[in-house]
Design a protein around this ligand. Structure first.
Ligand code: NAP
Length: 488
């Protein structure tokens, strides 16, 4: 028997109105690890009401005081880091070292945005009129719907909830149905840190109806979503005039130039392509390699990929953990089959692995044409495609030939090639001599094209998604002054 968990509404742990539940599983063993409430329309309504009634009081709390609660939360995450990391591995599957990174990212984010409570800068500027003062201040937006994926089950909720809270918003949080246990623990620690009742509410349950009710709810002012492109498009259409922040998929590439340090590039491709079993929005699924080093790099990469050890994330010998669920194994295999039928050459992998658990062999294709499905669509699994190019122009064209624009990388010793990549690659992030993954929380994160709708998370820009700008004019002249008219 596994433990049963509840919704968190208005500071109380409660059952769903319908009494319906669902189960979360360990992807390495397929064994159940917890039972969770399926929130329906009535539950979402209760959560929105709780968030609404907490809003007035919470936004009146001085931002540095809100920040103090976030500092306490960071401290609790730190105290419980090992337990949380093991939970991430148990429920999401990533290897323990990476799970610790997931929790560390949440700690860093909580501390960064806690400090933001003492900044939340607006700006001042001279007025065009005498004896008049002009400035902007940041205001909260209201009740936010926060919808998150399973691949960073601690870090991504922190990326959204920390700036939302420090700006004075309240929230209804709907975590992914594959990782509700991590979300429950996250919310327990928020409660322990002293987040007042109703400020954060959690509704577990499926995308439809739990997520859709939230997205369409007339009294929710903003939706912050991270997940797939198609769900993002649905949300944008259905949220109508709400403020919407979307962080969607990627099809990220690494360019390898002839002058690159191939050993360094190899480490980068292995980490970027197979880290988190390829289940990162910034995973490097395309390696765009100069034809003069293609053969050498290909054999280096194939030999390292074959040596990667698949297994449960809690096993210290494991390099690559399981995929999140059965559907992910089927989806990955569908892409591998498509790659073969389009004429790509399989160098290694290409099959599900093991009797239990959702494992898939680290897979490497070469001879991939830029327009093949495996080079265009997000697989979100351990599949890397090598694409050969003749020069930097072609490399950049291939890099930009996709609908997404999240992360990118170039390995080169040539400063000119590096700057061309920085200037010409259409992506929110470009790394030089480092792989496509490795975001730091004090820099903005996000993408262009179909990776999002222009918002950025983390860093100073992370505040913009969760605050409104109010423009303030203070006229102390004692007379009517008319902008643009009283011009002398
Ligand atoms: P997903 O299927 O879009 O789900 C994400 C979240 O949306 C889950 O909580 C899901 O609930 C919910 N959802 C599903 N349908 C919904 C609907 N109609 N209305 C409202 N909510 C709905 O994505 P995923 O498979 O979990 O995550 C993988 C994707 O996330 C990849 O494309 C990856 O690139 C992207 N990602 C992007 C970033 C970034 O920052 N750019 C970071 C990480 C991941 P259920 O779990 O209940 O279905």
């Amino acid at each position: 028997m596994v433990a049963s968990h509840k919704l968190y509404i208005g500071g109380n742990w409660v059952n769903s109105e319908s009494g319906e539940t669902f189960t979360s599983h360990n992807p390495a063993t397929e064994k159940p690890i917890g039972v969770f409430q399926k929130a329906g329309e009535g539950d979402v309504e209760r959560a929105v009401k709780a968030a609404e009634s907490a809003y007035k009081k919470w936004k009146a709390v001085p931002a540095p005081k809100r920040g103090e609660i976030l500092f306490r939360f960071a401290g609790l995450l730190r105290q419980n880091k090992e337990e949380l990391a093991r939970l991430v591995t148990l429920e999401m599957g990533k290897v323990l070292g990476e799970a610790r990174g997931d929790v560390q990212e949440a700690i860093d984010t909580a501390e960064y945005f806690a400090g933001e409570g003492r900044r939340l800068f607006g700006h001042t500027t001279p007025s065009e009129l005498r004896d008049k003062f002009a400035m902007t201040v940041r205001m909260p937006v209201g009740v936010f719907g926060v919808i998150t994926p399973w691949n960073f089950p601690i870090a991504i909720p922190a990326w959204k909830l920390m700036p939302a809270l420090v700006c004075g918003n309240t929230a209804v949080f709907k975590p992914a149905s594959d990782t509700p246990l991590c979300a429950t623990r996250f919310v327990e620690l928020l409660e322990k840190a002293g987040v007042p009742k109703g400020v954060v509410n959690m509704v577990t349950g499926p995308g439809d109806p739990t997520g859709t009710v939230l997205v369409r709810h007339p009294r929710i002012r903003g939706i912050s979503f991270t997940g797939s492109r198609d769900t993002g498009e649905f949300i944008l259409r259905n949220a109508v005039l709400k403020r919407v922040g979307l962080e969607l998929g990627g099809k990220n590439g690494i360019i390898i130039m002839p002058d690159a340090d191939l050993g360094l590039a190899l480490d980068g491709v292995i980490w970027g392509g197979f880290g988190t079993t390829g289940q990162r929005c910034t995973a490097a699924s395309r390696v765009i390699v100069h034809e003069s080093v293609r053969q050498k790099f290909e054999s280096m990469l194939a030999s390292r990929t074959k040596r990667l050890r698949l297994g449960p994330g809690l096993d210290a010998k494991t390099d690559v953990g399981p995929l999140i669920n059965k559907h992910a194994v089927e989806k990955t295999h569908k892409y591998v089959t498509a790659g073969l039928s389009e004429g790509a050459k399989l160098l290694c992998g290409g099959k599900p692995y093991g009797k239990a658990g959702y494992f898939y062999q680290p897979t490497l294709f070469t001879g991939v044409a830029p327009d093949m499905k495996i080079a265009q669509e997000e697989i979100f699994g351990p599949v890397v495609s090598l694409i050969s190019v003749r020069n930097i122009d072609e490399a950049i064209d291939v890099m930009n030939s996709i609908k997404y624009g999240l992360s990118s990388s170039i390995y080169t010793a040539d400063i000119n090639a590096a700057f061309r990549a920085i200037q010409e690659i259409e992506a929110g992030i470009t790394y030089v001599n480092a792989p496509t993954i490795g975001a730091e929380v004090h820099l903005p994160f996000g993408g262009i094209k179909q990776t999002g709708n222009g918002t950025r998370e983390a860093g100073i820009e992370g505040i913009n998604e969760f605050s409104e700008t109010k423009t303030v004019y203070i006229d102390y002249s004692g007379r009517l002054q008319r902008a643009q008219i009283d011009v002398d």
